[in-house]
Design a protein around this ligand. Structure first.
Ligand code: BGP
Length: 487
């Protein structure tokens, strides 16, 4: 069979997350969530904002955040105001020809405290209206059920995902979503970047480091609970909505060995196993991989499983595998290696690649490699849930925004996707991250913009929040029209 490019029904789209785009943090009965509590310190340099201390949640920061009733210095509380602008945003997506919108539902909008007996009707209505608006234009819906933001009550009362009770609350939430939106949603993703539980435990599994006696143990136990919640969600979805599609997703950290020194190669193998494969092996193959036994032994980690857990994982693997892809990094056995930034991680720098203003290294070939590796390993359809370039954009007086750097970035990644499809990969969709400007997850600011649509707001939430089309908007429209041929 000769493949020449993108299949006819390829899903071109854009992605956002509720906590970063919605705003309206206390409207419509929504409860406070964990992302609403991440502060911004406006006067810091970019380097300081990229530091681990800045990104790390502490008990002191968390307690202070809960006392602030207004927006304060919490940019996720205003986002891009999609809560009040969703009709306008979706009309722009339709004008671009978008086939699919990946968005997340805010758990705290549906269950304000996470453990409530009844869902919040206003929250349910908000997403129903939003979905109807998408359907008006024939845009399909890809829902992330949990994109980092959990109701703070689930942290205060239960200690986050390390508590097994979270599985029940999550499954109740999933059931509510399926009951209400079974005819609206085309693709379900229970957890955004499930490996975040390891690389950023506050975002991933709602843990605060200074509250944990044995941090690593809590992290892996919490991850186990998410794996079980994932399997139960697949089970429920398939029972309630026969034929429904449920996927898993990781932040894909593609590693290259620094040299052909076998020690570098072995480090690369381990980096791939511990940061990537572990998660998708559990969720797509349905069992803990053998290589993790040694890792757990050597790190004194003991996962408490209940009877039936392993059977559940085996019986309910996901239907497709998704990932976010921004940059690649180097694996080396040597301690001395130049570092650079990546999403919520510090990475070893690759001298062959260019970096963005935030230090993330651009590598379209790595995307082709990744697509081949994932498809080869699981033989399940693959979806690119996030990819894009965060950059400082300038709104000119005539309201134009010229962003050739973003077009270059997107073009070379889309070319790499096409090559991977010709290689034989069953890639069925691509959603540009932050299709509309939103608050950055890592550095908690508006100035790091990903959108092809500009939002007139600054880091402190000042501005009109009016939307403007960037040059990349027109470029992506042509790309979609030509099914990826006119780049
Ligand atoms: C991913 C997250 C997103 C998003 C993206 C870009 O890890 O799933 O929420 O924000 O990274 O990261 P940043 O916003 O830090 O530039």
């Amino acid at each position: 069979m000769t493949r020449t490019g993108f299949p006819k029904d390829f899903l071109w789209g854009g992605a956002t997350a509720a906590s970063q785009v919605e705003g309206g943090f206390n409207e419509g009965g929504k409860g406070l969530d964990s992302q609403d509590c991440r502060p911004q310190y406006f006067n810091l340099s970019r380097q300081e904002k990229n530091s681990w201390e800045y990104k790390q949640m502490t008990s002191a920061k968390f307690e202070a955040a809960k006392k602030e009733a207004g927006i304060g210095n919490y940019p996720f509380r205003f986002g891009s105001e999609q809560y009040s602008h969703y009709k306008e945003d979706i009309a722009l997506f339709a004008e671009m020809g978008m086939k699919v919108y990946r968005l997340s539902i805010s758990w705290a909008r549906i269950y304000p405290n996470g453990d409530d007996e009844q869902p919040n009707k206003e929250g349910l209505k908000y997403y129903k209206d939003l979905f109807n608006e998408c359907h008006k234009y024939g845009i399909k819906i890809f829902v992330t059920m949990l994109h980092y933001a959990i109701p703070v009550n689930l942290m205060d009362r239960y200690g986050g995902w390390k508590n097994r009770k979270l599985i029940d609350f999550y499954v109740r939430y999933a059931k509510t979503l399926f009951e209400n939106y079974k005819d609206d949603v085309d693709y379900w993703l229970p957890f955004n970047e499930i490996n975040a539980g390891r690389f950023n435990p506050y975002n991933g599994v709602a843990l605060i480091k200074d509250q944990e006696e044995n941090y690593d143990q809590s992290v892996y136990q919490a991850l186990h609970h998410q794996f079980i919640a994932n399997a139960l969600t697949v089970k429920l979805a398939h029972e309630m909505m026969p034929g429904s599609k449920v996927g898993c997703m990781i932040a894909r950290f593609c590693h290259y060995a620094a040299t052909c020194d076998p020690r570098d190669q072995l480090t690369q193998l381990h980096d791939e196993q511990y940061t990537n494969w572990f998660y998708t092996d559990v969720l797509a193959r349905g069992s803990y991989p053998a290589y993790m036994d040694r890792f757990f032994d050597e790190n004194d980690i003991h996962i408490q499983m209940e009877e039936g857990d392993e059977e559940l994982l085996k019986a309910y693997p996901v239907d497709f595998v998704a990932f976010s892809y921004y940059f690649t990094q180097v694996s080396t056995a040597s301690e001395e290696w130049e570092k650079t930034d990546g999403n919520l991680v510090i990475a070893n720098k690759n001298p062959y690649l260019e970096s963005s203003e935030w230090g993330w290294q651009k590598d379209p070939t790595g995307l082709r490699i990744t697509l081949n590796q994932i498809y080869d390993r699981y033989q399940k359809p693959v979806f690119i849930a996030e990819n894009g370039l965060g950059a400082v954009d300038v709104l000119n007086e005539d309201k134009t925004i010229h962003d050739p750097y973003r077009i270059d970035y997107l073009r070379c990644h889309i070319e790499a996707m096409k090559e991977a499809i010709i290689d034989g990969v069953d890639l069925f969709g691509y959603t540009i991250w932050g299709i509309i400007d939103l608050v950055s997850c890592g550095s908690i600011e508006m100035s790091k913009r990903y959108g092809v649509i500009y939002v007139d707001a600054d880091d402190e939430g000042h501005g009109t929040f009016d939307r403007y089309k960037k040059d990349s908007f027109y470029w992506y429209k042509k790309c979609i029209e030509s099914n990826g041929e006119t780049l």
